[in-house]
Design a binder for this molecule. Structure first.
Ligand code: NDP
Length: 360
């Protein structure tokens, strides 16, 4: 028998976005429930020094930062469960979420399920101690680039992320070699040009990385490459490997319910974090393919919590179409001229006094 829970605000995810949403919702006395996924604390828990999160002049370790976020959310009464959501029903409010042990009803839902870097799945890539992850292998140039001063590194991938990471890494590295499996980049023209024009960057085409080589003592010392045209293998020496083959937002469970782009990033309204379903909000990397920083995730988490609070306060919240919707299901058109009532009745959007003056 599953435990039944019913909450005003349920937050999926416990990275910077989810926990900031929790801090705001808890301080608004909404007693949020955070469902921590398979990686409590999110992507920052797999990084080391975080030096770009404001407020920590000397930097802070990723796991420690996330412990602080969590403690702050807990201090104001956030409730946590660690579970994997296997099914959702967003057809009506309260929304229903199923985990192995719980059936959770949510008056409002904040999706902060984050994104995961895609990995090649090759030997040597796993986090230490199983591989060289954290010992020269990374999927985040902004987080880890600083540690590769004067080093020779490679970047795997041919999209915008790879070009951006390669270009960023030239600030630190002595040489950056992009290794791409085809002879053409997928990246946008402008990002390609930037990389081609950077004299610290070179390219190896039609080549797959088969293994990352090194030990826990030496860190990364090289990679084994396979040229898929000549069918030849060789060892390429380097001291760092950045995997930049894209990210995947953790939004599969919302497919069919919520509007998302081709990759799976959830669509939100311009000025708010509202999704196409009133009462469901999305924040952080689950909806942002562009900035993907801890501080921007935290910012959108705050926005989502304020949106949820206003929604519960019956104030209209914008939707991606430009319409606004109230908790009662009244839709205000984007031009603010008309209100469509839940039963379909269409009325002018005028205050009573205004209507009276108009009819005088
Ligand atoms: P993309 O899917 O665009 O590119 C992924 C790249 O990695 C492709 O070149 C692909 O190769 C390669 N790749 C994928 N899987 C493997 C694999 N298993 N082995 C080897 N190579 C692999 O992802 P991005 O993260 O680069 O971009 C995602 C979106 O975000 C895009 O819309 C992009 O424009 C946007 N973005 C924009 C930025 C900006 O404007 N500043 C910065 C970063 C991203 P192949 O080409 O052969 O498929």
């Amino acid at each position: 028998m599953k435990e039944q829970l019913h909450r005003s605000v349920v937050i999926i995810g416990s990275g910077p976005a989810g926990l900031t949403a929790a801090i705001y919702a808890a301080r608004a006395d909404l007693k949020p429930l955070v469902i921590e996924g398979p990686q409590p604390g999110g992507q920052l828990t797999i990084t080391t020094d975080v030096e770009n999160y404001p407020g920590f002049a000397e930097g802070i370790q990723g796991p420690e930062l996330m412990e602080q976020f969590r403690a702050q959310a807990a201090r104001f009464g956030t409730e946590f469960i660690t579970s994997w959501i296997d099914q959702v029903d967003l057809s009506k409010r309260p929304f229903t979420l199923h985990t192995e042990d719980h059936e959770i009803r949510a008056e409002t839902l904040i999706i902060a399920s984050g994104a995961s870097a895609k990995w090649l799945g090759i030997p040597g890539e796993a986090p230490a101690p199983h591989g060289l992850g954290g010992l020269g292998v990374s999927a985040c140039a902004t987080c880890d680039g600083f540690f590769f001063k004067g080093k020779k590194i490679i970047v795997a991938g041919g999209g915008d992320t790879a070009m951006e990471e390669a270009t960023f890494l030239t600030r630190y590295a002595s040489r950056v070699t992009v290794i791409h499996r085809r002879e053409q980049l997928r990246a946008s023209k402008i990002m390609q040009e930037k990389a081609f024009n950077n004299e610290k960057i070179d390219f190896i085409w039609n080549t797959e990385i088969k293994e990352i080589i090194g030990t826990s003592e030496t860190g990364v010392t090289g990679v084994r490459l396979y040229d898929n045209v000549t069918k030849e293998e060789r060892i390429f020496k380097c001291e760092g490997v950045f995997i930049a083959i894209g990210h995947k937002p953790n939004t599969d469970m919302f497919r069919g319910w919520l509007e998302m782009d081709a990759v799976g990033y959830l669509k939100t309204a311009g000025r708010s974090m509202a999704t196409n379903i009133p009462g469901v909000f999305a924040c952080g990397d689950a909806q942002d393919s562009f900035y993907r920083q801890a501080v921007t995730a935290a910012g959108t988490g705050c926005m989502a919590a304020i949106d949820a609070e206003r929604f519960l306060d019956h104030l209209p919240v914008p939707t991606p179409t430009g319409e606004e919707i109230t908790i009662e299901g009244e839709r205000v058109t984007a031009d603010h001229e008309i209100v469509i009532m839940p039963d379909g009745e269409v009325v002018p959007n005028k205050a009573e006094s205004e209507s009276a003056t108009a009819s005088d």
